[in-house]
Write a protein that binds this ligand. Structure first.
Ligand code: F6P
Length: 321
């Protein structure tokens, strides 16, 4: 009899989730599993939105952004009675293992579920924030960076045409990774992220000098976690005497067809997740660290803080002062 394996996405969606779902299903089936799909994340696990992963549910999804399984953040899952309900739903179908594609909050939720009922799970890191401890890469980051790059390139066109300063706020929650990489790859003049101290006086002196020497526009990329976007926009007007505008990129960064990199990473994480379950790992998170794939136990993820790439941080430091 084949083993039931449920695949779900949870928390903020990101590009790359769909190729990961598809590969999990196909690879798991080859390994003798009977794959199921949980729709609507933790909410769907409680409310029994669980279906066999037949061909129709997984075909034509590879190139689509977001998650065809939909997602949610469920407060009810914190309560044992609802986790019991979720467990009963799995039991009825003979599902004994799970793969969750999402962020560290989702992994912790599934770990609580494992502690309660002994349902092993494997976690695939997927969030545009790139803030999951233990892995250098989370699915969706490359696609989000490309969406941002495209937007910044467009803003540069109007900034140069109108000799303006633009502050562009990007997502990332408390993590500055998206802002840091976007600032470096777009050639921005200013970058403010939570991981770097900034010095507006020093930025002001640098840019005043450059303006005297012919600079006509300024691009500033600001991580939402700094909460500095509006202040910086006003400061550019008041201190540098520039016509300044603020663009908050928002959820456009979460959408879009996954890049080639995200599709391939999704495949590799998916295979690693099925393999981890087959090897008997009970609560492992897939990682990509220093160029290699591996796994770490959930405790190491939940108990530590992500560390931003220090080499990139050094390159970015001059943009904050
Ligand atoms: O965690 C992903 C993320 O897009 C963050 O970058 C952002 O702060 C947050 O989710 C937005 O959450 P919501 O979609 O609930 O507005």
């Amino acid at each position: 009899m084949s083993k039931g394996l449920a695949i779900m996405t949870s928390g903020g969606d990101s590009a790359g989730m769909n190729p990961a779902i598809k590969c999990c299903v196909e690879y798991a089936r080859k390994q003798g599993y009977k794959p199921y799909l949980v729709y609507d994340g933790l909410r769907g696990l409680i409310d029994d939105h669980i279906f066999e992963a037949d061909r129709d549910r997984c075909s034509g999804i590879l190139h689509r952004g977001g998650t065809v399984l939909r997602s949610s953040r469920s407060k009810r899952f914190f309560e044992l009675q609802y986790r019991q309900q979720a467990y009963d739903n799995l039991q009825r179908r003979g599902i004994g293992q799970m793969i969750v594609i999402g962020g560290d909050g989702s992994f912790s939720a599934l770990n609580q579920f494992y502690t309660d009922f002994g349902v092993p799970f494997a976690g695939i890191p997927a969030t545009i924030d790139n803030d999951i401890p233990g892995t250098d890469y989370c699915l969706g980051v490359d696609t989000a960076l490309n969406m941002i790059r495209q937007s910044v390139d467009s803003i540069r066109d109007t900034a140069t045409s109108f000799s303006r300063a633009f502050v562009i706020e990007v997502m990332g929650r408390h993590c500055g990774y998206l802002a840091m990489v976007s600032a470096l790859s777009s050639g921005a003049e200013i970058c403010l992220i939570p991981e770097l101290p900034y010095d507006l006086d020093s930025i002001g002196a640098r840019l005043s000098e450059e303006n005297k020497n012919g600079r006509t526009y300024v691009l500033a990329i600001v991580a939402e976690g700094t909460r500095m976007s509006e202040h910086l926009t006003r400061w550019l007007t008041d201190s540098l005497n520039m016509d300044a505008r603020l663009t908050v990129l928002g959820h456009v960064q979460r959408g879009g067809s996954p890049t080639v990199h995200d599709r391939i990473m999704a495949y590799k994480f998916a295979v690693a997740a099925v393999d981890a379950l087959q090897e008997g790992k009970t609560n492992a998170i897939m990682t990509y660290k220093d160029g290699s794939f591996g796994t770490i136990p959930i405790d190491q993820v939940a108990g530590s803080r992500y560390k931003i790439d220090q080499d990139l941080l050094k390159l970015c430091a001059p943009l904050a002062g």
